[in-house]
Design a protein around this ligand. Sequence first.
Ligand code: PLP
Length: 458
Amino acid sequence: MVADYLQDVGKYPVLPKVQPGEVASMLPGMAPRQGESLDRILDDYARIIEPNVTHWNHPGFLGYFSITGSGPGILGEALSAALNVNAMLWRTSPAATELEERVCDWLRQMLGLPEIFRGHINDTASVSTMLALAAARHAQPDLDIRELGLAGRPEIPELVVYISDQAHSSCDKAVMTLGLGLRQVRRIVSDEQFRMRLDSLAEAVEADRRAGRRPMAVVATAGTTSTTSVDPMDRIAELCQREGLWLHVDAAYAGSAAICPELRGQFSGWERADSIVFNPHKWLFTPIDCSVLLMRDVDTLKSAFSLVPDYLKTDEEGVTNLMDLGVQLGRRFRSLKLWMVIRAFGVEGLQDRIREHCRMARDLVSLIDQDPDFAVVAPVPFSVVCFRWIAGDSPEQQDSLNEVLLNEVNAQGPVFVTSTVLKGRYTLHLAIGNLKTTEQHIQEAWQIVRTTADRLST
Ligand SMILES: *Cc1c(COP(=O)(O)O)cnc(C)c1O
């Protein structure tokens, strides 16, 4: 069934033709009293479930960040379910712990990062970023928030986190979760190429200091969610060093590109970060979920979170107990699928695929550039193209025409594209990241967009 699905997924429309509540109405309201045969269950899977998911593994899935659950990764998932280990302690699964450390170190080398970084795997970038900012909070020498908390302590200044106006909402959520308060997030304006402006960052830090607040951390984004722009990490790192701020780099999507030496220049400065997150489940062909958090000083994270109850005490010395590195106790064996992906493709195989996706994005840019009715509206450093239909008599009309265009394109089935808003204007966002997406799919997508626009303008 898995092999058939992977072979034939392209025959489905990317978005299922299903209304809210329709799937639920096909499911019994109560669990079966007696066990049912697997045949029956799988029949229902084929009838109710498979046709009614959005097909992320479809070569025409070009929305958000396009991803791939590759064959080796799927096998890794299946094997880890078979083993069903809980990698909370070294003792509860030596191989899961040591493979995770080894594979994260392979990745560190592939990304060209210094030896000091230690990686471990979380479910998502949102959680990795929350942990990184918790470490940043713990690193405030005098506050002892771990022990004393934040509430009821008037002596504690507001702790401020700086992100760009293009940064991911997970940064805000991390601040909310950590009890720092959304008001302590400074959204620094970005420049015409959607990169955080350093002068504005410096001014904001200065203004906060003057007002008696305490600047705590900067989250620089390498590959923003809308346009994949990269903040100037070299200069941000300098500022952080000068000001004593924690630097967290959110490279959830674009981090994978750093395995290609010719693309790595764009990441210059991230080697000076305190923490870096990147998601192999986004652009490294590993099934969701898999997010790697690399820490310069993993002991800060550990001292923020380590809490060992009697029933979890073990004797081994000098081993990693993954439960010490975050909130969760139980932990899936995620490194197995990542190991299988890296080995099956090889570093060069992974580099080739990333390059190919970037090349297809550049080709699409040339197609759009040749069309007077369309415009690429942001630089394309990786494999995401933001563009707009130049139509209508006013910006507002252009916005609504682009929205109609997108809905009409997606209703046809073979491709799925999403939208974003750039400088207040509705924008189409096309992401290339699935292993089965070829030039033909991109040309077809462009044809669909083009002919739909023609149809709408007559
Ligand atoms: C996708 C993305 C995230 C969130 O990733 P999750 O793993 O879904 O939490 C965070 N930051 C950036 C830049 C992203 O592209």
